[in-house]
Design a protein around this ligand. Structure first.
Ligand code: AMP
Ligand code: MG
Length: 401
């Protein structure tokens, strides 16, 4: 699937609109950060050499020859035997190499003429100042290509004077659910019918993953209708997804319309939940035919759709972080397929322990609602004993409830 995905051409957006987007070009620092040496305290800029041997018994008295508020610079260098009153963030005057904070000195009345400061200790060169470039050097990589921009990355860009950045565009997605049994959320139940939960689920997961859902529509089990709508959608969207109707039943409209769609194939993926699927990249657009069960939609999205969507946007990291977990109870699996176990996690000592959310029934909704992770039982493993080590895809942390 990933081989069929080519990242969309980047677009340039204001940094205030770039949160969560994939940075498409490395950003180098245009200047030192901080751009100039400045004080980290309110105090007195001094030459450390002037205070060699100073002590409470033998404090040094220095005349205060200037005041430097933040945003201003001293009009002349600091000469030997002098001090300048300086505020946090103000530029260190030439000649000074340290700042002594107000709390450590005795001051004469700052309003009176001939202000003086009495310093009762030596200072280390560099004390209470922030050197130019100490945070980031001019020319250094501030942010690497492919990075998912965090709020802190955006603040860094602001400090570096980068008002706009090239990012991956939001893929346009169209979603269809299929099924004669499906009702609107606000429709009353009738015999044989259930409410459509997957259309909302998939729409929300797509949006959470950076896509714009241009259309989300429910279709009946009518292959001609589904085929026509999918064809139309493929002409306008970057990604088209269907839910259900892709297995071997008598009324599976996605499966039955595939022949007419071109470049889309039925797949049987060695995973549970989520085995029957359809996938293709007709005309450079992506098509995902997801199975209909709620757990299948959730797990196929995590395992396959999400990485593809992230690659489309130019993200370097395609997968969610995984953590090592230990199985609280034995888990039945089968060799030859990857199982995604919806599980909660709990920290015990220095390990995370994963407990399956009840029976892993693909038609159920509550396990996904309760789960913190998808514990991954690899293909070659048939049974997971209690206490066995697994990896888990983190969906959310237990703190979230
Ligand atoms: P299908 O693959 O179409 O046979 O669907 C498999 C199972 O998922 C059936 O029990 C469907 O009723 C159910 N299902 C399909 N689509 C949805 C949906 N959009 N919302 C909730 N359940 C669905
Ligand atoms: Mg169906």
């Amino acid at each position: 699937m990933l081989a069929a995905v080519t990242p969309l051409p980047p677009e340039t957006v204001p940094i205030a609109a770039a949160r969560g987007r994939a940075l498409r070009r490395a950003i180098l620092a245009a200047h030192d950060l901080p751009p100039f040496a400045n004080s980290s305290m309110d105090g007195f800029a001094v030459r450390s050499a002037d205070l060699d041997g100073a002590s409470a018994a033998a404090p040094r008295r220095l005349p205060v020859v200037a005041v430097i508020p933040a945003g201003r610079v001293a009009l002349r260098p600091l000469a030997a035997g002098e001090a300048m009153r300086i505020m946090t963030g103000a530029a260190i005057p030439e000649g000074a190499d340290a700042v002594v904070p107000f709390e450590d000195v005795e001051r004469s009345d700052p309003a009176a003429a001939g202000e003086q400061v009495l310093i009762p200790r030596p200072v280390r060169a560099g004390e209470s100042l922030r050197a130019a470039g100490a945070d980031l050097r001019a020319g250094a990589v501030a942010l690497a290509e492919g990075r998912e921009l965090s709020v802190h990355d955006l603040a860094l860009l602001a400090a570096l004077g980068e008002p706009r950045v090239p990012v991956g565009p939001r893929p346009r997605a169209v979603v269809f659910s299929t099924g004669d049994e499906l009702l609107e959320v606000d429709e009353p139940l009738r015999p044989g019918a259930i409410r459509d939960s997957n259309l909302l689920l998939l729409t929300q997961m797509l949006e959470e993953c950076g896509a714009v859902v241009a259309r989300a529509e429910r279709l009946p089990d009518d292959a001609a209708r589904v085929g026509a709508r999918v064809r139309e959608a493929l002409a306008e969207a970057d990604v088209v997804l269907t839910i259900g109707g892709v297995s071997a039943g008598d009324f599976d409209p996605v499966k039955d319309s595939l022949a007419g769609l071109g470049a889309i194939e039925l797949w049987r993926v060695a995973m549970k939940p989520g085995r029957p699927q359809a996938f293709g990249a007709p005309g450079g657009r992506l098509f995902f035919g997801l199975p209909g069960n709620p757990a299948s939609v959730a797990c196929v999205f995590e395992a396959l759709v999400r990485p593809a969507l992230r690659k489309l946007q130019g993200h370097a990291a395609l997968d969610r972080p995984r953590i090592p977990v230990r199985a609280t109870e034995a888990i039945h699996s089968r060799a030859g397929r990857t199982d995604f176990i919806r599980a909660t996690i709990e920290r015990r000592g220095d390990a995370w322990w994963a407990l399956a959310c009840g029976e892993q029934i693909s038609g159920h909704l509550t396990p996904q609602s309760r789960a913190h992770v998808l514990a991954v039982v690899p293909e070659e493993m048939a049974r997971v004993e209690a206490g066995a080590a697994l990896e888990a895809i983190v969906l959310r942390w237990p703190d979230a409830g």
